[in-house]
Design a protein around this ligand. Structure first.
Ligand code: PEP
Ligand code: MN
Length: 352
C-alpha cells in the first residue's frame, strides 16, 4: 500500500502520518519524489481499508494498494518515480538511473594478475568507463575450469581502484564472503546462477553496498523482481538490475538470447535502474558493439562490457571479450547514440 501526500505537505504532517501508521503496526518508508512524498507500507495491509487510512490527515492525497507481488521493487511503490543508485568512487560520485547519463562498467571476466587488471582499468577509464568489473570468485559450470584467484584477486581489485580511480564491481557467490568482498567492492554483483540464492540475497540486503542483481538464465521477470524484493526487504534500497541473456530454444549462434525487449517492460514494472550485459548476452565479441548500441537506444541505464587485454589468452570468457582497442571504438560509437538521446556524460573523466 502507498500513501500519497499532497504537494507541499509540511514535514511535520508527514512525520505525524508516519507515527500514526506505526501505531497501526505498519512500517512506513518515506520516499521523497520530485514533486511529492509517498509513504510506502508493507506488512499486513490486506485487511486495511484505504479510505480509513485516508482519514489520518488532510494532507493525504490518496491511498493506493500495490497489486504486484513485488512491493518495494514495483513502480507503484514509488508512485512512478524512478530510483537512483549513487555510488561514490575515487573519481567522484556516479549515479545509475533513468534521468542520468548511461554508466559503462567494463573489465575482464576474471582478475588474472596485477598487470592485466591495472592496465585494463586505466584503458577502460580513459575510454569513459566509470566502473571496473572483474571476478575474484567465479561461478563456473565445470569444477575443473578456472575458479578465480579469490582473496588475492580482491587485493588486486583494490590496487586497480587505487591506480585508476574507478569504482569496483565484483561478484559474491557465498554468504561467508560478503564482508570481505564488500570491504573492497563499491557494488556487489549477484550472478545469474545465484539470482535465487535466498540466503545470499538476504545477506547482501543487510549490508550497505549497492547490489547488482543479474537475471537468472531461466528466470521470468516476476522471479527476477521478487529476487530484488528480497534485497530491498532486507533493508538495502540500492539495487540495480542486469539483463544478461536468457536461455531460449536456439543457442547455436549465441551463448544466450539477450532479452532487449525486457527494457521497456521493466520500465512499466519497476523503479530500479537497469543495466544490460551484451557480453554474456551474446557470448561473442563481434556481436557486442551492436547490442550495446541497441541497449542504449532501448533505454538501458548502464552497460556491462567484458574487456581483456588479450582475449585469446583469457582464463574465462575470452570469446566474448573485447580487446581495449575495440572497446575504445565501441565507446566512441556509444557516445553518438548516447548523445542522440541525451544520456551521455559530457563531464570529462578524471584522470588520476
Ligand atoms: C560475469 O559477470 O562474469 C558472470 C559470470 O555473469 P553471469 O552471472 O551473468 O553469468
Ligand atoms: Mn564472464
Amino acid at each position: 500500500m502507498i500513501v500519497v501526500m499532497k504537494v507541499g505537505s509540511p514535514e511535520s504532517a508527514i512525520a505525524e502520518v508516519c507515527q500514526e501508521l506505526e501505531t497501526w503496526g505498519l512500517t512506513p518508508e518515506k520516499i521523497i519524489g520530485k514533486h511529492k512524498v509517498v509513504i510506502g507500507l508493507v506488512g499486513e495491509t490486506a485487511s486495511l481499508d484505504p479510505l480509513q487510512l485516508q482519514e489520518i490527515s488532510p494532507w493525504i492525497e490518496e491511498v493506493l494498494r500495490v497489486e504486484k507481488p513485488f512491493k518495494r521493487a514495483s513502480l507503484e511503490f514509488r508512485h512512478g518515480e524512478p530510483s537512483e543508485v549513487t555510488v561514490s568512487t575515487p573519481n567522484g560520485d556516479v549515479t545509475f538511473g533513468k534521468n542520468h547519463p548511461v554508466v559503462v562498467v567494463a573489465g575482464p571476466c576474471s582478475v588474472e594478475n596485477a598487470e592485466m587488471i591495472i592496465t585494463t582499468a586505466k584503458r577502460v577509464r580513459d575510454a569513459g568507463a566509470k566502473f571496473l568489473r572483474g571476478g575474484a570468485y567465479k561461478p563456473r559450470t565445470s569444477p575443473y575450469s578456472f575458479q578465480g584467484h579469490g582473496e588475492s584477486a580482491l587485493e588486486l581489485l583494490a590496487a586497480a581502484r587505487e591506480a585508476s580511480g574507478l569504482g569496483i564491481i565484483t561478484e559474491v557467490m557465498d554468504t561467508a564472503d560478503v564482508e570481505k568482498i564488500a570491504a573492497v567492492a563499491d557494488v556487489l554483483q549477484v550472478g545469474a546462477r545465484n539470482m535465487q540464492n535466498f540466503p545470499l540475497l538476504k545477506k547482501v540486503g543487510a549490508q550497505d553496498k549497492p547490489v547488482l542483481l543479474k537475471r537468472g538464465m531461466s528466470a521470468t521477470i516476476d522471479e527476477w523482481l521478487m529476487a530484488a524484493e528480497y534485497i530491498l526487504a532486507a533493508g538495502n534500497p540500492n539495487v540495480i538490475l542486469c539483463e544478461r541473456g536468457i536461455r531460449t530454444f536456439d543457442s547455436k549462434y549465441t551463448r544466450n538470447s539477450l532479452d532487449i525487449g525486457v527494457l521497456p517492460v521493466l520500465r512499466t514494472l519497476t523503479h530500479l535502474p537497469i543495466m544490460l550485459d551484451p557480453s554474456h548476452g551474446t557470448g561473442r565479441a563481434e556481436y557486442v558493439p551492436d547490442m550495446a548500441k541497441a541497449a542504449i537506444a532501448g533505454g538501458a541505464d548502464s552497460l556491462m562490457i567484458e574487456v581483456h587485454p588479450n582475449p585469446a589468452k583469457a582464463l574465462s570468457d575470452g570469446p566474448q571479450s573485447l580487446n581495449p582497442d575495440k572497446f575504445d571504438r565501441v565507446m566512441k560509437e556509444l557516445a553518438i547514440v548516447g548523445q542522440a538521446i541525451g544520456r551521455w556524460s559530457k563531464v570529462p573523466v578524471a584522470l588520476t
